[in-house]
Design a protein around this ligand. Structure first.
Ligand SMILES: C[S@@+](CC[C@H](N)C(=O)[O-])C[C@H]1O[C@@H](n2cnc3c(N)ncnc32)[C@H](O)[C@@H]1O
Length: 272
């Protein structure tokens, strides 16, 4: 495809999944403000009368996420100051795209798994957004892993605040064992040696975290995608928070995802 055509195709490619509840009807800030006084506080009206929020104000974006999760998904949710705040329409897309993949022939159906879908969310974060959306919307069950105390504590709180989902979501610490690279390029993961070509070093990701005999339909991950925090603050138009523990991994997302791919070779029987 020529450059012009490709750019046009890219512009026209929908950025929101057609089944995403916000694809036809984006969140109505006026309605939300009339229902939630705590959100009204952050809403202002531009000259043309349209309701707006200041996207560079973390408190405003967090409150928007809180009221959307409550109003549209019946969820109770909160995160501490400065932690990564997910935008609900964006995260919903991934749930629907996975739903499409599972329904397609791209990944063969498993035997004996029944209709129950089970997912593994690597790095679920304090916000635990994917397990909360996937379980409330589609009844999927999840293991959500993370490595920081604050993430494990708050993900558990967010699950505990929604008792109707607590049987569906397990929060699991990915463990303190580290994959490290030695000078000869070999890595060790929790005492087990394996080849690592990508230079990832850090906590275990899947291998060593998934338990023997466990089976999942999919794993998903919004990885710590930056090599350093300087890279992370690139968009001055939004404030979604995010600490270095959440956002940074040596080698960036390439190293992290390559590690997932390497682990998937070891764990090929554990994931559909
Ligand atoms: C970019 S945040 C994503 C949080 C949430 N899933 C979201 O989409 O908003 C990445 C998360 O991965 C976690 N993390 C980093 N290394 C990890 C590992 N080896 N295993 C599990 N989680 C990890 C971080 O602590 C952080 O919470």
């Amino acid at each position: 495809m020529g450059g012009k055509k490709r750019r046009r195709a890219e512009r026209e490619r929908p950025t929101i999944h057609p089944r995403n509840r916000y694809s036809e009807k984006p969140p109505d800030f006026r309605v939300l403000a009339s229902i939630y006084p705590s959100f009204e506080h952050f809403v202002f009206y531009s000259n043309d009368g349209r309701p707006r929020i200041d996207w560079t104000d973390f408190n405003a974006t967090r409150e928007l996420t809180r009221v959307l999760l409550h109003h549209d998904h019946g969820l109770q949710w909160w995160i501490p100051d400065g932690q990564l705040c997910p935008t609900v329409p964006n995260r919903l897309n991934y749930i629907h795209w996975i739903e499409d993949l599972l329904a397609s022939n791209v990944v063969p159906k498993c035997n004996g798994g029944g209709d129950k879908v089970r997912g593994f969310d690597i790095g679920t974060g304090v916000n635990c957004i994917y397990p909360l959306l996937g379980s409330s919307l589609l009844g999927w069950s999840f293991v959500g892993s993370d490595v920081t105390d604050v993430a494990v504590e708050w993900a558990e709180r967010n699950v505990g605040s929604n008792p109707h989902l607590s049987d569906l979501i397990e929060i699991r610490r990915a463990g303190s064992a580290c994959i490290s690279c030695s000078a000869d390029g070999k890595s060790s993961s929790g005492g087990r040696d394996s080849e690592s070509k990508n230079g990832y070093y850090g906590p275990l990701v899947l291998d060593g975290v998934v338990k023997d005999g466990e089976h999942f339909d999919f794993c998903m991950c919004n990885p710590p995608f930056f090599e350093n925090m300087d890279e992370a603050g690139l968009n001055p138009k939004t404030s979604c928070g995010g600490t270095s523990e959440e956002m940074v991994c040596p080698g960036g997302e390439k190293a992290f995802i390559t590690r997932i791919i390497e682990d998937s070779v070891v764990l090929k029987q554990s994931f559909r």
